[in-house]
Design a protein. Sequence first.
Length: 222
Amino acid sequence: MSANRPQAATVDTVVTAALDLFEAQGYDQTSVDQIAKAAGVSRSTFFRQFGGKDDVVFADHEVVLDELREFFQQPHENPWQAATDGAMVVFRRFTSNLDVARKRYELVRGIPALREREIVTVFRYERMFDEYLRQALPGLDPVDAVGFAALIAAVHNHVLRQALRGKRTAAATLRTALDDAMRRFGVHPDGHGSGRDDVVVAVFPRAMPIAEITRRLQHELD
């Protein structure tokens, strides 16, 4: 995390204060001074750490992206599983305070400029999944990396939107959907163990990327 970036608790406080004001009196009618006062920070601190009103709407995404980056920097035995686990990290973070997430959802839906900003922000998660897979699986076809990253991002966003629209959606719902996505892509860790036989016979789905076949064979041979 950047030394100039505010702490997660500060971000949550300011984002919550801003969204409460936007809901109560309207986005255009709310000033930076009002947000800063409600959040208990100075005007200069607000501008230095958050920028403008549109920046503060998405400020907690920066915290979540940092958390996701740190998660991917840890060792993971199965990169495909780790990518979906990363999506779970993001989901749990945003559903830990559904009130704030829902207020942002309603705000963004009504303001085209914020909607465009959200699209760019969401793509950063997809790009991080893509970059992680390419680094963790040398030789992986970029099309497979992009395709899987887009798939898990789309699944995550669909389930999260259900939660934001008031449907009873637990983390288990997303976990099941991500497991299905891995099966469709041919990379689900089915958990068959192997003995210490001299010969390994393996059958893989036709859809499985060559890089993943290589990784699994190497794992068995090691």
